[in-house]
Design a protein around this ligand. Structure first.
Ligand code: IPD
Ligand code: CA
Ligand code: CA
Length: 257
């Protein structure tokens, strides 16, 4: 039986190692390729990080499965039974390439479908947001408390580009009602915004690796993580997700429904 506490400590080392790798190579020459379209980037550093993380995860938790973005994980994962690690080797690759800022490395462990460990490393600021179900959320060694339960009119809201450009009337109304709208280009950095109380909500279409870690940390802090219409989310598929304070979530639901 694998000890979750020991996995937690080792996973923190692994994510810091991957963050250090990204930091060291950020200014060097590396290859940038496109995936689905010219705005969807992957670099050799994304691939390198994923290989590094997955290799170490297989050493520390050999019986687990790995669901990871760039194709070095296990193929065809259709269930979250047992230990499943979910890996985003660089979240905000566009920012990594263009800004050298505002990107993250993300990792989560789900056990029989339940979020158990979550990590978002804000690489440039050397801040590791990490948590374990039932044991709280920390930034490096400092414990985070639940953000104030502000409503939509008192809160900044972040959305992704697709929603801002193509969102329906209700989404526009949400953006208009919030005190301000933000777009950082990294789901991880935006989730950090919500768990630290800088944002009242983040709304975005998210894949498993965009969502898994932030969902664990947000729920552990008592924040709401739901599909935009209030339904529960399926981590294994792409979801239109709302991460928010309880009050913002109620305010948004009133607008949407
Ligand atoms: C992307 C970023 C972006 C979000 C996209 C994600 P990637 O992740 O988190 O903010 O809007 O949906 O795919 O591709 O840079 O890992
Ligand atoms: Ca990524
Ligand atoms: Ca991502």
């Amino acid at each position: 039986m694998t000890d979750i506490n020991s996995l937690d400590l080792q996973a923190q080392e692994i994510i810091r190692q991957a963050a250090q790798n990204a930091l060291e190579k950020m200014d060097a020459r590396y290859q940038v390729d496109t995936k689905t379209n010219y705005t969807d980037l992957v670099t050799t550093i994304d691939r390198e990080n994923e290989q590094l993380i997955n290799k170490r995860l297989r050493e520390i938790d050999p019986a687990s499965k790995i669901l990871s973005e760039e194709g070095f994980g296990d193929k065809g994962i259709r269930s979250l039974a047992g230990h499943v690690w979910i890996v985003d080797p660089i979240d905000g690759t566009m920012n990594f390439v263009k800004q050298h800022n505002n990107f993250a490395v993300m990792l989560a462990l789900y056990v029989d479908g339940q979020p158990v460990l979550g990590y978002i490393m804000d690489v440039i600021n050397h801040r590791l947001y990490h948590g374990r179900a039932g044991h709280g959320v920390f930034v490096n060694d400092q414990r985070l408390s639940t953000p104030r339960d502000l409503g939509l009119q008192e809160s900044l809201v972040a959305m992704n580009r697709g929603l801002v450009l193509n969102g329906d009337e209700a989404i526009r109304k949400v953006a208009q009602t919030a005190i301000g709208l933000r777009m950082y280009g990294s789901a991880g950095i935006e989730m950090i915004g919500v768990i630290t109380g800088q944002l009242g909500a983040y709304i975005s279409h998210l894949k498993p690796w965009d969502l898994a870690a932030g969902r664990m940390l947000a729920e552990e802090l008592g924040l709401i993580v739901k599909s935009i219409d209030g339904g529960s989310i399926n981590v294994l598929s792409s979801n239109l997700v709302l991460v928010a304070t309880s009050q913002v979530s109620r305010d948004i639901r009133q607008i949407i429904n």
